[in-house]
Ligand binder design. Structure first.
Ligand SMILES: [Zn+2]
Length: 299
């Protein structure tokens, strides 16, 4: 198998390195060869997913969660078995509803469709051939891949553990330098941290995420650094408050995106959700008080 983006992890598991080194709007893919050939996630871009299909002849496409960078090229394999999480709503079958689910309201949803969804070539999903839920196992002889529901990043987010090889796919528990992302209305820091704790102690031999190359062996320091990034993000919000700020003030400072996201309206939606999540924790912990829309650090 000589293709610059295809790397064998074992004699039947392949890591597919996405274009742009795993950066949005792409994500890595994982091929498992056995009694059927499974591809996890469709964020490789149309050309690469086609090349992967030519190499392996994909039977089944498993979508880890319904974010745009994980479904991007699903339509290139639309005639194969499509497996979606049990939790994934039918909003994924309609662009405007999908936009509303990402942003929280129909107006912003339409804006997302026009300015992000369509330019990225996102196509609504179809009715799946099968659903999978927490603890379900795909047994293909050479691999027994267990699905693990890990919400927080997104409501239908799944990780996968192959019990034969010990390959753990952590999906968007992704170890990226940005840190954890929970920018949709359903995003939750507490659920996200709980999900990380549940998977980091699993009996893995390698860890593969959607946006970085795989780690062989013990990855506990990567998990620890990822957990520390939640605290870093919270400290950054506390620091940026100064003597006190409104949410609009904080969004103008753009502590997470530094105003570099592809669209300002959607940036404010995503960043707003992440900032609100951190403010809620800071208030719960007694570090910040709210007074008439102003968030003020306690001395
Ligand atoms: Zn995601």
């Amino acid at each position: 198998m000589t293709h610059p983006h295809i790397k064998a992890l074992t004699d039947h598991i392949y890591f597919i390195q996405s274009p742009m080194n795993g950066r949005f709007p792409f994500c890595n893919g994982f091929v498992f060869k056995g009694s059927q050939t499974i591809l996890i996630d469709a964020g490789l871009g149309d050309k690469l997913i086609q090349a992967v299909d030519q190499c392996f002849h994909i039977d089944t496409l498993v979508i880890s969660h319904s974010h745009p960078d994980h479904i991007k090229s699903w339509h290139m394999l639309k005639d194969r078995r499509l497996l979606l999480p049990l939790e994934t709503t039918d909003a994924v079958r309609d662009m405007e509803k999908l936009g509303t689910q990402y942003t929280g309201d129909p107006g912003s949803g339409r804006h997302w469709v026009k300015n992000i969804g369509k330019p990225l070539g996102i196509v609504p999903l179809r009715k799946p051939d099968q659903r999978f839920g927490d603890k379900d196992v795909f047994d293909i002889g050479t691999a027994r891949i267990q699905a693990i529901h890990t919400p927080g990043h997104y409501y239908d987010h799944y990780c996968f553990l192959d019990h034969v090889s010990g390959t753990l796919i952590t999906t968007d528990i992704d170890f990226s330098s940005f840190g954890p992302w929970y920018g949709n209305p359903c995003g939750s820091i507490k659920a996200f941290i709980d999900s990380v704790h549940r998977i980091m102690d699993l009996p893995y031999t390698r860890v593969c995420s959607s946006h970085r190359p795989p780690f062989e062996g013990d990855a506990s320091h990567h998990f620890t650094a990822f957990l520390q990034a939640f605290d870093r993000q919270k400290s950054e919000i506390l620091e940026c408050l100064g003597q006190g700020k409104t949410l609009a003030d904080i969004l103008a400072l753009s502590p997470f995106y530094h105003n570099k996201f592809m669209d300002l309206t959607v940036q404010n939606v995503f960043e707003g959700n992440m900032v609100r999540e951190n403010l809620a924790l800071l208030m719960e912990e007694g570090h910040v008080i709210e007074d008439k829309g102003w968030f003020i650090p306690r001395k």
